[in-house]
Design a protein around this ligand. Sequence first.
Ligand code: GLA
Length: 367
Amino acid sequence: MEGKNGLKELVTAFRARYGREPRVFRAPGRVNLIGEHTDYNGGFVFPAAIDRATYVAMAPREDGRLRAASMALPETLDVPVGHTAVSGNWTDFVLGVAVLLGRTEGADLLYATDVPIGGGLSSSAALSVSTAFALGTGDRTREEIALLCQRAENEFTGMQCGIMDPLSSCLGEEGKALLIDCRDLSYKTVAVPDGVRLVIANTMVKHELGGTEYNDRRAACEMAAAKLDVPYLRDVEYAGLEGAELRCARHVITENARVLAFAEALVGGEMEAAGREMYASHESLRVDFAVSCEELDTMVGLARGIPGVYGARMTGGGFGGCTINLVAAERAGAVVAALTAGYEKATGIRPHIFETRAAAGACEVVA
Ligand code: GLA
C-alpha cells in the first residue's frame, strides 16, 4: 500500500468486508543504525522508526468476537475475545496483544502494510503495536505498550525478541533516531544530519533457521551472563569466557562501545568515523556473533566500494533481510542504482533498495 490511496483502499475494503465505518491506526517498522543483539543483553541500540508502516482499520463489535483479516496475507482470525489458542500464523500477534491488553469487547480488524513482511524491518512489531493502538491502550505509557507487545511476541509466537522493535515503533520521531539504553529504557533522540540519507537494501533472502538461531544466541548470552554472575552481558569484561560464549560476549561488549562512538560521531558530523563503526559492527556480527549470511556480506562488500557510502551493515536479527547504508545525500540515487546492479550481478537476485526517512511513532490516522 502506498500513501493516501492505500489508506482509502483499506477503508473501502473494511466497509465491504464488515459493513461499518472504521477508525485507522498506524505503527511504523524500524531500521537499526547500529547496536545489534544488544537489546536483550541490557545494552545500547540506535534505531529509527521508518516511513513504512502497518495500518489497521478497526470497529468494535457487540457480540464479543475478535475478527481479523489482512490485505497481504490469506489467514484470518474469528474467535471469542479472550481466546488464547495460537494458530502458528500472523494472527497470533493480534490474539496475544488482545489477551495481554485484557480486552473484553469484540472487534473487527483489517490490516494493510508497506513494511516488507519478514524482511528484517520489524513487520512484526508494526503488526503488534498497530494492534495495541487499535484495540485501545488505556492509560499505558508508550514504554508500557512496547513491553506488552514484546511479551505478546515472546509468549504467543515463541520468538524471544528483545524490546528494540516495539519500542522504536512506539517512540519514533520525525527526522530522528533513538539512542536507547535497554537496561532501563531511557533514551534520547538524535537528529539524522541533513546531508545524510538512510538507504535500506533488502537482500530478498530469509534463511529458514532465523527464529531458532535467534533464540539460541539469546540463550547463549544469558548462559554466559549467568556463568559470570551478572544480570546482563553488558556488565562484564569477557575475560574468563572461552569458545562460543567468549565470542558472544565480545560482540555484545564491543557493540555497545560502537553504538556510543557512532552516536558521538553522528552528532559531531563526522560521517566517515560513524561509517567505520558500522563496518566494524557488521564484522563483529559476521565473525563473533555469527548471524550474518553470504547475501548480507555481499551487500555490505558492494557498499564499501561505492563513492558516497559512509558505512553499511546488516540490520535486525540477521540470517537474511536488509542492510542499512549511511549515504551522502547527493549520492543517494547513484548508490541505490550501483547497489542494485552489483547485487543482482553477484547473486542473480533482484534486491529491493530504497531510501527511507526517520518517521514518527504509532498513532491514529485520519483516513
Ligand atoms: C530482532 C529482535 C530485536 C533485536 C534484533 C537484533 O529484530 O526482534 O529485539 O534483538 O533482532 O538486534
